[in-house]
Design a protein around this ligand. Structure first.
Ligand code: B4P
Length: 193
């Protein structure tokens, strides 16, 4: 089994690249953003709670997200591996994921961190907001999400750097060019299917 974390600030292209990677390498795509949005859409108790945080550009509490991930992994026992998109986003989530995977006799193999300048992130997210209707893609909330990233999520990179699993990739190229840069790292572990 091969497990990959795609890491980066809001709008760095985690969701976009994860889909390509999941298709190319036959990995199970797990996006906490998508899972949370589907709970919000279904107006489940979890979704109603999560929406309060997401609409303000804040991270959803760790225990909510960690529980969701555990059941998602259990749904695909035959998977070739997982690509975690937007998770872990705090040190507590990273530690919980390490424990969870150890319990399932597996581990994170590689963490690819997308680097994109802040001005480009804001342009992309405002652009996405025009079409997506996402309530967290407006300038005021985007600025809060980037602030939340710097204070709570950036330290997760150190967690994986200390385990010698972190590779940084420039993510301000076109979608195809960025994918090629990411694939170079993945190819060292796994062949496309
Ligand atoms: P997410 O859904 O994870 O979304 P994101 O970080 O905003 O976007 P991503 O990096 O995936 O960018 P994308 O590919 O879409 O999070 C949303 C919210 O959910 C969080 O703020 C938080 O509240 C909550 N949440 C999620 N996970 C959580 C967790 N683990 N713990 C707590 N809370 C959590 O790309 C953005 C745009 O750029 C798109 O329009 C795309 O088309 C464009 N784009 C991508 N690559 C490009 C390129 N190379 N060139 C030009 N444009 C590009």
């Amino acid at each position: 089994m091969f497990n990959l974390v795609l890491f980066g600030p809001p709008g760095s292209g985690k969701g976009t690249q994860s889909m390509h990677i999941a298709n190319t390498y036959h990995l199970q795509h797990v996006s906490t953003g998508d899972l949370l949005r589907s709970e919000v859409e279904g107006q489940t108790p979890l979704g109603v709670e999560a929406k309060k945080y997401m609409d303000q550009g804040l991270l959803v509490p760790d225990e909510v997200v960690i529980g969701m991930i555990s059941s998602k992994i259990d749904e695909s026992p035959e998977a070739r591996g997982f690509i975690f998109d937007g998770f872990p986003r705090t040190k507590a989530q990273a530690e919980a994921l390490d424990k969870l995977l150890e319990f399932k006799n597996t581990k994170i193999d590689l963490v690819l961190a997308l680097d994109v300048p802040e001005a480009e992130l804001i342009t992309r997210l405002i652009g996405r907001g025009v079409n997506s209707g996402r309530s967290d893609d407006n300038q005021e909330v985007i600025v809060k999400r980037i602030k939340e990233y710097h204070s709570k999520t950036e330290p997760v990179a150190n967690h994986y750097d200390a385990q010698d699993k972190l590779e940084r990739v420039k993510g301000d190229h076109t979608i195809d060019e960025t994918f090629k840069l990411l694939a170079r790292h993945i190819d060292r572990y796994l062949l496309p299917v």
